[in-house]
Design a protein around this ligand. Structure first.
Ligand SMILES: Cc1cc2nc3c(=O)[nH]c(=O)nc-3n(C[C@H](O)[C@H](O)[C@H](O)COP(=O)(O)O)c2cc1C
Length: 189
């Protein structure tokens, strides 16, 4: 399943069956969470009406002409992954955490959101689906369109659907994947 995960930027017309959607969303929430804060929420948009409103906000019609990944707009499921910095700051002010000198030296709200996004992608691969994690553009317009509260900020969006023929991004074709012999430092750096 790990080896099957690849970013897919073009989708076919087929829907994701509702029980599969539920499984993916549950998987997204099954990750670890700093202090068990669980300050990550998911905004799930299903079907052309909801995903259409996402694209109207994130990629307004005027910007669509030159968009390099038109097949991405066919994804039947978009999951915006959001986290609340405030929730982590509240949790880490509680008695058991306030004593820890390293508290919030790392922005755990981003870390936990990334775990959630990766679980969504792995669950999609496990279900034989494709997924792309990508930057959430047009955040103010998305807040207005979907009533996203100010305490939550998107870390990214995961598009999920049935993979269609795609071309690899230039990020991948221009680079080779680093293996353990290069990126793992055993015993010392
Ligand atoms: C934090 C992060 C942000 C990314 N943002 C985008 C994006 O906005 N658009 C996009 O097409 N791909 C995006 N990607 C996908 C990467 O380009 C892709 O993971 C990388 O080229 C390796 O390909 P693979 O995931 O298929 O192995 C993002 C990946 C990560 C981890």
């Amino acid at each position: 399943m790990l080896r099957k995960r690849r970013m897919v930027r073009s989708f076919g017309d087929g829907d994701v069956a509702p029980p599969v959607v539920e499984r993916l969303l549950a998987a997204g929430l099954r990750g670890p969470s700093a202090g068990f804060t669980q300050g990550v929420d998911l905004l799930a948009l299903q079907g052309p009406e909801e995903t259409g409103r996402y694209w109207d906000a994130a990629l307004p019609a005027g910007k669509r002409a030159g968009f390099p990944w038109p097949g991405l707009l066919r994804a039947p499921l978009l999951v915006v992954v959001l986290s609340s910095e405030e929730a982590y700051r509240r949790r880490y002010a509680e008695a058991d955490k306030a004593r820890s000198s390293s508290a919030l030296g790392v922005p755990w709200w981003h870390v936990d959101a990334a775990f959630a996004a990766l679980l969504l992608q792995l669950a999609a691969a496990d279900a034989g689906l494709g997924a792309l994690f990508f930057e959430t553009h047009g955040v103010p317009a998305l807040r207005a369109a979907f009533g996203i509260p100010s305490a939550f900020s998107p870390v990214g969006t995961v598009a999920i659907g049935h993979p269609a023929p795609d071309r690899p991004s230039s990020s991948v074709t221009a680079r080779r994947r680093r293996g353990p012999e290069e990126a793992v430092h055993r015993g010392r750096w």
